[in-house]
Design a protein around this ligand. Structure first.
Ligand code: PLP
Length: 410
């Protein structure tokens, strides 16, 4: 989004007009930004035989998935429903990796029958998988290298207490099962958590994986997961994908020479791909000065965008309706009957009741984590694609809230 002749615009379109057309609150995604990020990443990982598996959970709208497919990505899914959305968007099952956590073996069987790439996360399932399929169905194994990385304890998944993956210290046990059950392991996976700050942490886990890979014959890929950090505010350190690519190239070339084969390297960037493409537009309902601060109460809350409240995530906010207004300090809060603060002490151009505020970095884990708490409707979603604003999800209505309710006679 850019300020051009006094108006905030996406691909030349006035965002206030988009809000007027589709209502508020509203998620707007800029398809050009997603394309830019995809191409930047593919370029950074040139020479690595790289494949991008976009994690559906970040932003699961069908039209976004179709865009990912058009760009050339595959998908990373954590539930059968996500995989079905992927199939609906036109992906082939073999382009979809299924990386669930602590699901029943029945769910794994269902994923096998759908033809997905199965990623196994614990020894119990690995045993059952070997017992049921032997070498007839290939699989990938998720390891936990215990690298410390990640911004918030809720999104650190590589540490020793983490429930994710099979510990690298259990590699012998894994090898025993693979050998006795004759399991066809075609991939190794690692996802050390979100918000990895530096290339070194990446390389460290990459080296552990390359080392591990030498003990498996017949690998076709190593999936390095994600953890790519994006900037939320001015001056934030972001993951330098070019630097990671540069450092990985040497390690990869050495590995392939040893291994005797050029395997594929997969990445699963969620935030990196979609966070910055998204803007969450909210309307200021009331300006409420109190003895300690001036609150701006907006027509949204933690039901629509929970990252600030759940993870303490910082999201930049600006007043899209008054770009040249005097700057004042505000605290932006939601309308939910619970404390739901989008941002404390934010310097915004003077906010008047009825102004449209824009919350940035709203593409990832925004809509996909929204709920109907307080029986509010979920917002609509719009994608700006090739210079045009397309509605890609309708705002909910009372019918949506009632759909599955069963009224009994009392
Ligand atoms: C959530 C998740 C991702 C995406 O993480 P981001 O921080 O959004 O890039 C990738 N892979 C797996 C297995 C995940 O669970």
């Amino acid at each position: 989004m850019q300020l051009e002749d006094g108006q905030y615009r996406i691909q030349g379109l006035d965002v206030l007009e988009i809000c007027e057309q589709f209502g508020s609150p509203l998620f707007i995604y800029d398809a050009d930004m997603i394309r830019y990020k995809y191409e930047k990443m593919v370029k950074a990982f040139d020479g690595l035989n790289c494949k991008i598996k976009y994690p559906v959970k970040a932003l699961s709208n069908l039209s976004i998935l179709k865009l990912m497919r058009k760009l050339g990505a595959g998908l990373d899914t954590v539930s059968l429903q996500e995989a079905r959305l992927g199939l609906k968007a036109g992906f082939q099952p073999e382009e979809i990796i299924f990386t669930p956590n602590c699901v029943s073996f029945e769910e794994i069987q269902e994923a096998v029958s759908m033809g997905l790439v199965i990623n196994i996360d614990n020894i119990s399932i690995l045993e059952q998988f070997g017992h049921a399929y032997g070498d007839s169905v290939p699989c990938c194994i998720r390891f936990n290298p215990h690298i410390f990385a990640g911004g918030n304890s809720k999104i650190q998944v590589g540490h020793i207490d983490s429930k994710f993956g099979i510990s690298v210290f259990q590699r012998r046990h894994v090898e025993r099962i693979v050998k006795s059950e004759n399991i066809n392991v075609v991939g190794l996976h690692v996802h050390t958590g979100s918000d990895i700050l530096d290339a070194r942490a990446y390389l460290q886990s990459a080296n552990i994986m390359f080392d591990l890979a030498r003990e498996f014959e017949g690998l076709e890929f190593i999936d390095f997961g994600s953890g790519f950090k994006v900037g939320y505010k001015e001056g934030d350190v972001t993951t330098n994908v070019e630097e990671i690519g540069e450092q990985l190239r040497t390690a990869y070339a050495d590995f392939c020479k040893d291994y005797g084969k050029e395997i594929e390297i997969w990445f699963e960037p969620g935030k990196y791909m979609v966070s910055e493409s998204g803007y969450f537009m909210m309307k200021s309902n009331v300006i409420k000065p109190t003895p300690s601060t001036v609150f701006v109460g907006v027509d949204s809350g933690l039901n629509h965008f929970i990252r600030p409240m759940m993870y303490g995530g910082f999201h930049d906010i600006f007043n899209a309706s008054n770009p040249s207004g005097t700057q004042r300090i505000y605290t932006v809060v939601g309308y939910i009957c619970e404390t739901d603060t989008f941002g404390w002490d934010r310097k915004l151009n003077e906010v008047r009741e009825g102004d449209i505020l824009c919350l940035k970095n709203a593409g990832a884990y925004g809509y996909s984590m929204s709920s109907n708490y307080n029986s509010r409707f979920r917002p609509a979603e719009v994608m700006v694609y090739e210079g045009k604003a397309h509605l890609i999800r309708k705002r909910e209505t009372m019918d949506d809230l009632m759909r599955n309710q069963v009224e009994i006679e009392l």
